[in-house]
Design a binder for this molecule. Structure first.
Ligand code: PMP
Length: 407
């Protein structure tokens, strides 16, 4: 692990050098997608320049090199999340795909009268697939309510659990508010009624190294693009016993054992869920992104990001008419979701962009949270380990300007 030196780290990210609308880029939209270090970009280029070939098929050298690199990446991901076996890591196109894979699997298993629990803090990708599953199976969807401080109500959660509960789906960290949810407790209580738990780790992965065995979680999902990797690749972790039991998601090449027109038998794990040619360079680069993050160190990353969050929260609180949503910095990742009274988030976002500052505005694919607060959306600034206090100062100054212009 290296000494944490943000100026040194910033040199790894070529995009941070660029200007936007004539100003230095300040990238505070890390919860939507993180930036990519040169080491990961080089890994993708190296694949296309030197060993681009389809995997698991050819006997020729390039195909074997590509297969080895892809399987090494799977092993890195296994080790990172401490899964028991590499074949419990299924490559997907991202979290959305991973969730849909599980939802599709359960569509032939659930029946009317079964209950599914989600939380009020979910991203639409962890709501809609379960609604579709309920429509198909006749199961009912129950929702763990949230409180004003952006946390889930665990008493109400326990009231929802019963012997009809089959599945529980909660994100590890909320993308709209940054709340770190008590997933250990959620998993433990669900298992007491024999329900299976899927944790959406899309927002947690860049900040918290989850240990899937210690958590005893049944399914865990991650998108590489939020953790310094490329877009279009991610993983589903699933316990071997559950992945063996679930039917395949898509049919095609790679996922079969024997095919005839009378009957097809499926390949074993992980191939059963990996039909077709995957994002090969993306999978390999996901492994490179984890190497990069480990080189810096997850604990150092979390500590530094929390410093940024505390600093930014204090600065933001000095502004007039500010409303910050969510809990205190010690209970969330580096996300600030806020509004100015009487000003539309979108207008603020547009002015910030003119000043080179990238934030997200809107409902953040979590409309139920906005409905709870009775607002159309928020301004969301989300920090990564390559951001600086100077950038936060620029951001605060820009917000003051925006406020003057819009009031
Ligand atoms: N869940 C959460 C909590 C997210 O933040 C996101 C991405 N915004 C997703 C799911 C969806 O991830 P992807 O678009 O990479 O599939």
């Amino acid at each position: 692990q290296m000494q944490f030196d943000v100026e040194q780290i910033r040199k790894d990210f070529p995009i941070l050098q660029r200007k936007v609308n004539g100003k230095d880029l300040v990238y505070f939209d890390n919860a939507a997608t993180s930036q990519t270090p040169q080491q990961v970009i080089d890994c993708i280029v190296d694949y296309y320049q030197n060993y681009n070939a389809n995997i698991h098929r050819g006997v020729h050298s390039l195909s074997q090199e590509a297969t080895d690199a892809y399987e090494q990446a799977r092993e890195k991901i296994r080790a990172h999340f401490n899964a028991d076996k590499a074949h419990e890591i299924i490559f997907t196109s991202g979290t959305t795909h991973a969730i849909n894979l599980v939802a599709s699997g359960y569509s032939s298993i659930l029946k009317a009268g079964d209950e599914i629990i989600v939380s009020a803090l979910e991203h639409h990708s962890n709501i809609v697939p379960w609604q579709m599953l309920c429509e198909k199976t006749g199961a009912t969807l129950k929702v763990i309510p949230m409180e004003f401080d952006g946390k889930l109500n665990m008493d109400k959660y326990q009231d929802l659990l019963n012997t009809n509960t089959k599945l529980v789906f909660v994100n590890h960290v909320s993308n709209a508010l940054g709340t770190i949810n008590p997933i250990e407790f959620i998993i433990e209580k669900a298992h007491e009624v024999n329900a299976k738990v899927l944790i959406d780790g899309a927002q947690a992965a860049p900040h918290i190294q989850a240990d899937v065995q210690a958590l005893d979680v049944d399914f865990y999902t991650v998108s590489a693009h939020k953790i310094c990797g490329p877009t279009g690749v991610g993983i589903l972790y699933g316990k071997e016993s559950l992945l063996t039991f679930l039917p395949p998601y898509q049919g095609g090449g790679e996922m079969i054992d024997q095919v005839s027109f009378e009957k097809t038998t499926y390949a074993g794990l992980p191939h059963k869920f990996e039909a077709g040619t995957p994002n090969i360079s993306g999978g390999i680069a996901f492994g490179a992104a984890l190497d990069y993050m480990h080189h810096i160190g997850f604990e150092q990353i979390a500590q530094y990001e929390n410093e940024l969050l505390v600093y930014a929260t204090n600065e933001l609180n000095t502004l007039d008419n500010i409303i910050i949503y969510g809990t205190k910095p010690s209970e969330k990742t580096a996300v600030l979701s806020f509004n100015f009274e009487g000003i539309h988030a979108y207008d603020v976002g547009t002015i910030l962009d003119k000043l080179g500052i990238a934030v997200r505005t809107g409902h953040h694919c979590a409309q139920p949270i906005m409905e709870y607060y009775k607002i159309p959306g928020t301004i969301r600034a989300s920090f990564a380990f390559y951001n600086t206090k100077q950038e936060i100062d620029s951001f605060i100054n820009a917000l003051k300007k925006a406020q003057q212009m819009l009031q």
